[in-house]
Write a protein that binds this ligand. Structure first.
Ligand SMILES: Cc1cc2nc3c(=O)[nH]c(=O)nc-3n(C[C@H](O)[C@H](O)[C@H](O)COP(=O)(O)OP(=O)(O)OC[C@H]3O[C@@H](n4cnc5c(N)ncnc54)[C@H](O)[C@@H]3O)c2cc1C
Length: 401
């Protein structure tokens, strides 16, 4: 959409061929329906958030920065706000507002948007592409064209239309594909923690261990689900988990439930609470320190009799609780399928793409943009910014040809 509108603004004819009944189905569900549109950190910081493709994107991110993207949407009536970690959202908290603006822009600039049109093949002659073969209402058509921007996305959330078609289309034209894998994907755990389903933890520190070696740590939110764990902390760690699972390493998560307190402060806090609670049951102490579900979980894990009073809590039991609060361990058994990943890593090999224009180095009028490329970043609005920036530079290159 960004490429198409940019080309159309230069007065050139553009057609968007969209497989689904409407465009931007994925954009419409981003950020849990709120759309974390971009990130206001400076370009160098943004580049660091990419697991793959950060350096490749340097030119595009300067050429169409997050500031320019926000200005672009603001001039079209979108009010934006900045949240924790420089994340930018529409004030309305509605991703569909962003979709509506893009659709109106493409139409008013003269772009033609065709839905329910599935691209089957890109037809080439020597070093150029010359047409697309597409299916519409069970008939196959051939559409000649001067340039093609391939923007078919990755493999995650296939119900939005991103079913990985672009990998085959690009491969057939001679491009190499770095194997697509899930990135930003929820993780599965052993059955022990499934009982915590629906529990959401905030302000925790999680440390990822692989074969007993510390891999990384993250601070923030973590959600328990009916298969394991999800949420920003988990998604950020997941790319490393995918690699560790492939190497068949033993993976564990250690959660510090009280990262704001050091060991002494935590000990003093618990002693103070015990004194105040006196002869009340131990569950009341736990509920002062933990969400109810986790307090019940601890009682069961440690096989503490419900009738135990705070006054009966031994020093040894207190020390065990302190240690557990600082190091609640969860066994990670794997990750969810690519269809459930927020982003797909891998894709068209970046060595075969001109980073200034997104033009293929194999075919001079083919442009490849967005998640179809071998780029993927952490959560925070970086993936959409990459799609918009690459779309913009491709559109500009074609528009000024
Ligand atoms: C649940 C979820 C939440 C997310 N939240 C955020 C967020 O808040 N912030 C952020 O930065 N990123 C977020 N992302 C990631 C972001 O949405 C993607 O990186 C981005 O949409 C990629 O854009 P794209 O244009 O490359 O591909 P897509 O958005 O996947 O679009 C590809 C389009 O190509 C069409 N298509 C595919 N094959 C064909 C074909 N053969 N013929 C015709 N059309 C075809 C598809 O129907 C689709 O419309 C989220 C992703 C998911 C799944």
């Amino acid at each position: 959409m960004m490429a198409a509108g940019t080309i159309a603004e230069k007065g050139k004819e553009v057609m968007i061929l969209e497989k689904m009944s409407k465009p931007c189905l994925k954009l419409g569900i981003t950020g849990k329906g709120r759309c974390n549109l971009t990130n206001l950190s400076d370009v160098n910081e943004i580049i660091e958030k990419f697991n793959s493709g950060g350096r490749f994107l340097k030119y595009a991110l300067h050429e169409w920065s997050s500031r320019q993207l926000i200005d672009f949407f603001q001039t079209k009536g979108l009010k934006t706000k900045v949240e924790r970690g420089n994340r930018v959202f529409p004030v309305s908290d509605k991703a569909l507002e962003v979709v509506g603006i893009l659709k109106d822009w493409v139409r008013t600039t003269g772009g033609v948007l065709l839905n329910n049109v599935e691209i089957l093949e890109i037809v080439r002659s020597k070093d150029k592409v010359e047409a697309v073969k597409y299916r519409f209402q069970n008939k196959v058509f051939n559409q000649p064209c001067k340039n093609i921007v391939l923007a078919t996305g990755g493999l995650s959330y296939p119900r939005t239309g991103s079913t990985g078609d672009g990998y085959q289309l690009a491969e057939k034209l001679g491009h190499n594909i770095v194997q697509p894998k899930p990135a930003l994907v929820p993780l599965t755990t052993d059955s022990r923690s499934l009982i915590l389903k629906d529990l959401k933890l905030k302000n925790i520190k999680a440390i990822l261990w692989s074969n007993n070696k510390k891999v990384c740590e993250e601070f923030g939110e973590l959600d328990f689900t009916d298969f394991g764990v999800d949420g920003p902390v988990i998604l950020t760690m997941s790319t490393k988990v995918v690699k560790a699972v492939e190497k068949k390493e033993k993976i564990e998560l250690s959660i510090d439930l009280k990262p704001a307190l050091d060991n002494i402060q935590l000990k003093n806090r618990i002693i103070r609470e015990i004194k105040q609670l006196g002869s009340r049951e131990i569950i009341h102490l736990l509920k002062k320190l933990l969400p109810g579900k986790l307090a019940d979980f601890y009682m069961e894990e440690m096989k503490i009799d419900k009738a135990t009073k705070c006054t009966q809590f031994t020093a040894e039991q207190r020390k065990r609780l302190e240690a557990w609060l600082k190091n609640f361990q969860i066994k990670i058994t794997g990750y969810r399928p690519i269809a459930e990943a927020i982003v797909t890593s891998g894709g068209v090999n970046l060595k075969e793409i001109n980073p200034v224009t997104m033009e293929s180095k194999l075919l001079s009028n083919l442009y490849i943009v967005g998640e179809l490329l071998d780029i993927d970043a952490k959560t925070g609005g970086y993936n959409l910014q990459a799609a918009f920036s690459t779309g913009y530079v491709a559109g500009k290159a074609i528009g000024t040809k």
